[in-house]
Design a protein around this ligand. Structure first.
Ligand code: SF4
Ligand code: SF4
Length: 331
């Protein structure tokens, strides 16, 4: 069987080339009594998805920016330059959140840690319109949970679906799958969408991982001068990181794929796209001089302006096409 494409997934581990479903039966035990206790956390290569960051930053009472700076390292998810983050480790690859007694953030540990030694992937078949949720197994020398003799009664033979419930990972999947879908869509759209600009990549990072910064961006006069977002939505996303993340996904689907769900101010679209072409061009050139591609610390206002410009231009183009079509019908 061909190896599934898991290039968007967290692990550089030895995953087994077999796509699993929820019905797959497994026998695995992990508890403080296992001979390999903490071994996985001592070789940690944990990619974080957006909802993981929300849970961890809340647990550690940090802002997203503080958490990202202190506990993560960036990595390039794909050849188009999408940036993700992994948990920071020490030089021996020990997770910084590990203690001798186990995980210090256990109740809010990332989805990858909950799944291990399994993993989640979105599989999109060429003909299918939507992706399917599938799983894979990871086999690593250090993990003895598969051959553990002291199985707890409840861990003897369970389906992957039951394992997911035990690990309380369903909530994580609910909010992280949209992020996987965004990446799958970007990947499968290929040249029709084109390689994302550095500004789009940075907005993608901000709207998924650096939510406190994203909140500042969408609260800025600049954003509000272009988009119409009602007070009720603002109140909700200001006080709820999950709602903010979901708004971020909407914004990204709009600016990356033209799925319009956030209203643009028509008059501003027209006026600004006419007036500011030259300013944007000059600013873009200046930004390209300064922007460090691997450094997610950027000015959200500046990068956001670029992405909003693209969204406005798409809108203007669509309006132009509509007018042309109408004229064609009259004749
Ligand atoms: S977050 Fe917790 S479970 Fe995950 S690698 Fe670190 S210590 Fe281990
Ligand atoms: S059984 Fe596997 S997952 Fe559990 S502590 Fe050991 S290495 Fe980690």
């Amino acid at each position: 069987m061909a190896k599934p494409d898991v290039s968007h997934l967290p692990y550089e581990s030895s995953f087994v080339p077999e796509i699993l479903t929820e019905d797959h039966r497994t026998k695995f035990a992990c508890h403080p009594g296992v001979s390999c206790f903490n071994a996985c956390c001592k070789q940690a290569d944990v990619m974080l998805a957006p909802y993981d960051v929300i849970r961890l930053k809340q647990h550690l009472k940090m802002t997203s920016g503080e958490f990202l700076a202190e506990h993560t390292v960036p990595w390039e998810v794909d050849s188009d330059g999408i940036i993700g983050v992994k948990l920071k480790t020490n030089e021996d690859k020990h997770c910084l959140l590990m203690t001798e007694k186990g995980c210090s953030v256990y109740d809010d540990r990332p989805a990858a840690c909950r799944y291990y030694p399994f993993g989640l992937m979105g599989v999109k078949h060429t003909e299918a319109k939507t992706d399917e949720q599938s799983y894979f197994r990871i086999e690593e020398e250090h993990c003895k949970g598969h051959e553990e003799e002291n199985f707890l009664p409840e861990t003897i033979e369970m389906t992957l679906g039951e394992y997911r419930k035990n690990q309380q990972v369903e909530e994580y999947d609910k909010y992280n799958l949209d992020w996987i879908r965004l990446m799958l869509k970007k990947k499968s759209a290929g040249p029709s969408v084109g390689k994302p600009s550095p500004e789009s990549l940075q907005i993608l990072f901000m709207a998924t991982y650096d939510l406190d910064r994203f909140m500042r961006f969408i609260s800025s006069p600049n954003f509000k001068s272009v988009y119409i977002v009602d007070d009720e939505t603002y109140n909700k996303i200001e006080n709820d990181d999950v709602a903010l993340l979901e708004f971020g996904y909407r914004f990204l689907r709009q600016v990356l794929f033209g799925e319009k769900t956030i209203e643009l101010r028509e008059d501003v679209v027209k006026q600004r796209s006419e007036e500011r072409q030259e300013i944007w061009k000059a600013r873009h050139e200046a930004e390209m001089e300064y922007a460090s591609f691997n450094d997610p610390r950027y000015d959200p206002e500046v990068m956001g302006d670029e992405v909003m410009r693209d969204d406005m231009l798409k809108e203007k183009e669509a309006a132009g096409n509509k007018e042309n079509n109408a004229e064609g019908t009259d004749k």
